[in-house]
Design a protein around this ligand. Sequence first.
Ligand code: FES
Length: 80
Amino acid sequence: MTQRDPGVTITPYPDGPLIVRGPAQLIDENGEPIERSRRTVALCRCGASAIKPWCDGTHKLSGFRTAPPGDAPVAPSEAR
Ligand code: FES
């Protein structure tokens, strides 16, 4: 049995950020690299963080909620 290298993983945290683990390179809207000091970072997906793209915990105060487990995500073209 071989050891599996997970490389980069992106995990949605229920009612919270996306947890990025591994050596992913983050790029801003201008194509410039975003410096990161840790191997694991949390990216805001609620839109309320004051330190975007990072999560600052504001999602807890804003009441951000994600779909319950088991609910199928809706493709953008189907959401209209
Ligand atoms: S997901 Fe945490 S502040 Fe937006």
